[in-house]
Design a protein around this ligand. Structure first.
Ligand SMILES: Cc1cc2nc3c(=O)[nH]c(=O)nc-3n(C[C@H](O)[C@H](O)[C@H](O)COP(=O)(O)OP(=O)(O)OC[C@H]3O[C@@H](n4cnc5c(N)ncnc54)[C@H](O)[C@@H]3O)c2cc1C
Length: 376
């Protein structure tokens, strides 16, 4: 079905972002995958061209545009070209509200201009070696002492953790309270470790960040003390929808790759798609994509209207990432032995997609949220 979601302005934005990513991102893929992170130039070029922090008010360099369709265009195009980096999504979809909505005026002045022009790469550090799904149990602390916050603890699996210039840290500020504290790159005591060796998404840096009595001004606290969970909850629908959007764009790419192969490859004297089980498999995969896409497009509009519920976002995240995993696995199978070869795009997609069911809230946790909603 034709998507009704986007207008001409989104289409123009898509064309311009696609051109940028294809000319300045894709050719660097091998290098970035080998080193485990992208480049600062890539970020500053993205900022220069208006692809970062467009939500921020004009006085900070942004466009004051709060329309998730622009975020979706970026997420879709990154997935469409197979680059498998989450950096921009992390910056635009997850960190942006903390800086453009929840931050104080002074904090906005300090950080938003760089956030928008791509010279201030951001990360958000919640997960710890001992706990991920159960954030209430985090042990990193931020003790207050004479107007200074002193952070101690360790975070792991942090997207952009190696490159980030500003890390938003979820830390315990009282027995029952968590807060978000911003820590700038180079602050004594903060170690941003080299990228972790992941199974996939290798061009994306994911790193440990360690805090050893890191001292920052009390002014670096974002939002109210002890109220971090309120901010996190407000932002979760957007974070989860971004993963769903990425999942469907990647599903679409896998289907296109599979379709080409099913036409070209012959077995038993005919192209693969002429075997009925293969044809039916494509019917199922295409139907799953089409149904999911109509629903996710509605979710995007609901998010724009501020009415997407946590349960709806959780359902969107787990269902679309399950579809993504299923379709990519089936298309890999269709390629036979070639599908298992490192240089085949579908093999790379298979590795890259697996984590979509784990991060952003593991799919089991999503089902917990949806299930509880059913009985609420
Ligand atoms: C590539 C990558 C990027 C990431 N980026 C970030 C980031 O930028 N910032 C950040 O803070 N974190 C990030 N994470 C961390 C990610 O969000 C966590 O890994 C995820 O939330 C799961 O937490 P965990 O790994 O501690 O697993 P655990 O919480 O230990 O869970 C282990 C398994 O048990 C299941 N499980 C847990 N509780 C239940 C339950 N009640 N019922 C049924 N099953 C359950 C989970 O679903 C999971 O499958 C990233 C992770 C990866 C791999």
């Amino acid at each position: 079905m034709k998507r009704e979601l986007f207008s001409e302005v989104h289409d123009d934005f898509r064309a311009s972002f696609r051109n940028f990513i294809e000319t300045e991102g894709v050719p660097q893929q091998e290098k970035w995958e080998a080193q485990g992170f992208t480049s600062r130039e890539f970020w500053s070029r993205a900022g220069e061209l208006g692809f970062l922090g467009f939500q921020a008010a004009e006085e900070y360099g942004g466009l004051g545009v709060r329309d998730f369709r622009f975020n979706a265009v970026i997420d879709e195009e990154v997935a469409r070209c197979g680059l498998a980096t989450d950096g921009f999504s992390l910056h635009n979809d997850i960190v942006a509200p903390y800086l453009s909505e929840y931050a104080s005026g002074r904090q906005k002045e300090r950080w938003l201009p760089g956030f928008v022009n791509g010279t201030l790469i951001t990360a958000i550090a919640m997960t710890e070696p001992g706990t991920g799904s159960d954030l209430a149990r985090i042990t990193t602390t931020a003790r207050e002492s004479n107007g200074t916050l002193i952070l101690s603890g360790a975070k792991t699996f942090i997207t952009n953790g190696h490159m980030a210039d500003l890390v938003l840290v979820l830390a315990r500020t009282s027995v029952g309270g968590l807060s978000v504290v911003a820590v700038e790159r180079g602050t004594p005591g903060m170690t941003q470790a080299p990228p972790l060796h992941k199974v996939g998404r290798k061009a994306q840096d994911t790193a440990e960040v360690i805090f050893d009595d890191v001292r920052v001004p009390g002014d670096n606290l974002i939002g109210e003390p002890d109220r971090a969970m309120d901010l996190i909850k407000r932002n979760l629908p957007q974070e989860r929808l971004a993963i769903a959007v990425t999942a469907l764009a990647s599903t679409e790419r896998a289907l296109a790759i599979g379709k080409r192969y099913a036409i070209e490859r012959e077995t038993f004297g005919r192209p693969l798609f002429k075997h009925q089980t293969v044809l039916h498999s494509f019917a199922e995969m295409n139907t799953d994509l089409e149904f999911a896409r109509s629903h996710i497009d509605r979710c995007i509009l609901a998010l724009n209207e501020g009415v997407l519920t946590p349960e709806e976002a959780a359902a969107a995240k787990y269902r679309t990432t399950d579809i993504e995993g299923d379709v990519i696995d089936r298309v890999l199978q269709l390629h036979g032995g070639y599908g298992y070869m490192e240089e085949m795009p579908i093999a790379r997609m298979w590795r890259d997609a697996r984590v979509q069911r784990i991060y952003g809230g593991a799919n089991e946790i999503m089902k917990e949220i949806v299930g509880r909603g059913v009985f609420a």
